[in-house]
Ligand binder design. Structure first.
Ligand code: FEO
Length: 398
């Protein structure tokens, strides 16, 4: 016997909770990860998404406790990434009669991943599937965050099965937002958005237009908690993040070889703080990239600092710069700084990295030789001060 959770009339949680996962393809997950799957028992029986392959048997056991898997009519595959489709081959062995419902792109991906031609039913925007008391409306969300991604809205119980959107990497034994601490749920939702959806802000805003007008009683993502009491909060947060709204915040991401760049970073921080702007210092060799992404999400300014090493930045900073280039944060000001001995080389690479990330250089870089003397420390303070003023100006709310 397994704990049975009915989240709405005839809708059951049958997913898996991966309490101890700490690395989700490079994203640090201190609170673990869930793979949410939902079983709808109506005149037709539907499974919404499934779980990562190692949890296939658990999924089948949870389903079997409610209904024989051989009776499943539709396996709705909102997204083919293996955290949501890994158990498909095992599931389909037990439910060979089921139709696999997905977008055209999803169909191609399933065939390539699993080498199987299931009984596919491809859907597009506006398609509706009548399953009895409820109707399923399909809402493709291409590139949020894969080409195949879609959401499914269940008219009747009015649940949006949103897949990755609105998710959080957060394990608990309670499934709803109001059964857990809201600040933690929103923190993890922000971290999830920052690391998975940040590159697609414009598409997020467009997707919100599609879903915000629906009469939502729940948003049931495929990771983390189900939103039922704080739907407005999570929709408002997505609107803010998608449209690139920033705060008067500066994030200084740096690494240092012998302490000179760190000394600069600390003095720059003081300069920024003197303008009243919030400022955070993150040494990348002791900070997870996924936490940097979260800090950057609502920051108006990003400063990258590095010692020179082998005619470039330290490898840790090269990685941070590469991560930022992938995330393409919106509406940010940037700058670069650091210490070098003879050739330098970090400056050009960090400046190029900021430009490739779509970050606007707010002031000339500050690089100095060996280590800062008293006058140069004052220069660092003023650099921070000028940067703080520019961030304040760009993000003034009045
Ligand atoms: Fe949770 Fe894009 O997979």
């Amino acid at each position: 016997m397994l704990n049975q959770i009915e989240i709405a009339r005839g809708v059951y949680y049958v997913g898996a909770v991966d309490w101890n996962l700490r690395d989700f393809h490079g994203y640090n997950t201190p609170r673990g990860v869930t793979y949410n799957s939902y079983l709808i028992v109506d005149e037709k029986i539907c499974l919404i998404d499934n779980v990562k392959a190692p949890y296939s048997e658990e999924l089948l056991e949870r389903v079997s406790q409610i209904v024989d898997p051989a009776k499943i009519d539709y396996v709705i595959t909102n997204h083919v990434e293996p955290d949501h489709s890994g158990s498909l081959p095992k599931l389909m062995e037990r439910a060979p009669q089921a139709k696999v419902v997905l977008t055209n792109q999803g169909r191609d991906e399933v065939i390539k991943y699993y080498g199987k031609e299931y009984d596919f039913m491809t859907v597009k925007q506006g398609d509706v599937l009548d399953i009895g008391r409820n109707k399923l409306h399909f809402v493709p969300l291409p590139m949020l965050h894969w080409p195949d991604s879609m959401a499914t809205f269940m008219e009747g119980e009015n649940i949006l099965f949103s897949n990755d959107a609105f998710g959080q990497h957060f394990c608990t034994s309670k499934r709803f937002d109001d059964e857990n601490e809201l600040p933690v749920a929103l923190y993890e939702a922000a971290k999830y958005y920052a690391n998975i959806l940040m590159p697609f802000g414009k598409l997020v805003v467009r997707a919100l237009d599609k879903v915000s007008s629906l009469p939502l009683s729940m948003i049931a993502p495929s990771h983390g908690l189900i939103w039922r009491s704080h739907i407005k909060d999570i929709l408002a947060a997505y609107k803010r993040w998608g449209s690139g709204e920033n705060r008067e915040r500066v994030v200084i991401v740096y690494d240092t070889m012998w302490g000179s760049t760190e000394q600069m970073a600390r003095r720059i921080l003081d300069g920024v703080a003197s303008t009243g702007v919030e400022v955070r210092l993150m040494r990348i060799s002791t900070t997870e990239l996924s936490d940097v992404a979260l800090a950057v999400l609502e920051a108006g300014g990003i400063l990258l600092g590095s010692s020179a090493h082998n005619s470039g930045p330290l490898a840790t900073m090269a990685a941070a710069s590469s991560y930022l280039q992938g995330l393409k944060p919106q509406n940010k000001l940037g700058g670069a700084f650091g210490a070098f001995g003879w050739n330098g080389g970090a400056q050009e690479r960090l400046e190029a990295g900021l430009a490739a990330s779509g970050i606007t250089a707010a002031l000339p870089s500050l690089f100095l030789k060996w280590t800062a003397d008293k006058a140069e420390l004052q220069q660092c303070f003023e650099f921070g001060q000028q940067f703080g003023e520019k961030v304040k100006e760009a993000n003034r709310k009045d």
